[in-house]
Design a protein around this ligand. Structure first.
Ligand SMILES: NC(=O)c1ccc[n+]([C@@H]2O[C@H](COP(=O)([O-])OP(=O)(O)OC[C@H]3O[C@@H](n4cnc5c(N)ncnc54)[C@H](O)[C@@H]3O)[C@@H](O)[C@H]2O)c1
Length: 257
């Protein structure tokens, strides 16, 4: 049995992952803005500190797995809240819990990015470098100039930078004995996607876009890949991004991989 912490465990992909891992005999520490074991607001610096401290307390400084699912979609307002949760919240949890993972048994972390992470290259990411530098004023300035597409820019920009942040950590984490990967889901039937479908700016595009596999994913179809990446079957998988997108990435970028 392993002990695994999961952010965003109350809903969607995080809830499905928590249920699947518990059913597999693992112990789960859920973190969310409410409705699970640890209540913390990952959009706030003090909420992140509180979340890390509460996990360390519950796991007595030793964690076998970490799954970062907490996130906001492109329709969330204000746009800086997308930046705060999707990038700064995730990176703070990763770095804050690395020491506990190093003391765990066959430890691994999985970060939920998105197939939106490849909508832009790192070089073309308008907020990538400012995210890395923690320059919130610059990010706010770029998003303010983006008009009605600011939400999508914040979403794709943070997911692109989050995948880069994970890959930049692969060397250090590998040396420390902790595997670290991202999953990149396509459209998954969760409240986050429902908010997008109901949105006047993004709804039609989301409805009209059909993955090659011909349907959207269920949350458990992402959870099963996360569970695989945490387990010993993935013992040599490190620093990579696994697409769980029904073929969207292959459709968009067949010659780039
Ligand atoms: N649903 C999709 O189509 C899709 C596609 C690609 C990637 N993703 C990613 O999957 C992850 C999970 O999303 P989901 O679709 O399951 O959505 P969801 O809305 O069902 O779950 C997101 C969870 O994050 C939590 N959360 C949000 N803000 C928080 C905060 N400030 N502090 C703590 N917790 C917070 C929410 O309370 C919720 O439980 C997200 O990172 C999302 O970007 C989703």
């Amino acid at each position: 049995m392993s002990l695994i912490a999961i952010t965003g465990a109350k809903s969607g992909i995080g809830a499905a992952t928590a249920a699947m891992l518990r059913a597999g005999g693992h112990a789960v520490i859920g973190i969310d803005i409410g409705g699970t074991d640890i209540t913390a607001d990952l959009s706030q610096a003090d909420g992140r500190v509180q979340a890390v401290a509460a996990v360390l307390d519950r796991c007595a400084g030793k964690l076998d797995g970490l799954v970062l699912c907490a996130g906001l979609g492109p329709t969330a307002k204000p746009h800086m809240s997308i930046v705060a949760v999707n990038y700064f919240g995730a990176v703070a949890m990763l770095d804050g819990l690395r020491g506990a993972l190093e003391r765990g048994s066959a430890p691994a972390a999985v970060v939920v990015s998105s197939v939106s992470s490849v909508q832009m290259t790192w070089e073309a990411n308008p907020i990538g470098r400012a995210l890395e530098a923690g320059d919130e004023a610059r990010i706010a300035e770029v998003l303010a100039a983006a008009g009605e597409r600011a939400g999508q820019m914040a979403y794709a920009g943070t997911k692109n930078a989050l995948t880069v942040a994970v890959r930049r950590r692969a060397v250090e984490w590998g040396k420390a004995g902790v595997r670290l990967n991202t999953v990149a889901p396509g459209a998954v039937e969760t409240p986050l996607l429902q908010a997008g479908l109901a949105d006047p700016v993004y709804g039609k595009a989301i409805r009209d876009f059909v993955a090659p596999i011909g349907r959207r994913a269920r949350p458990d179809e992402i959870a099963s890949v996360i569970a695989f990446l945490l387990g010993q079957g993935a013992s040599y998988v490190h620093g990579t991004q696994v697409y769980v997108d029904g073929g969207v990435d292959a459709l968009a970028r067949p010659a780039i991989f």
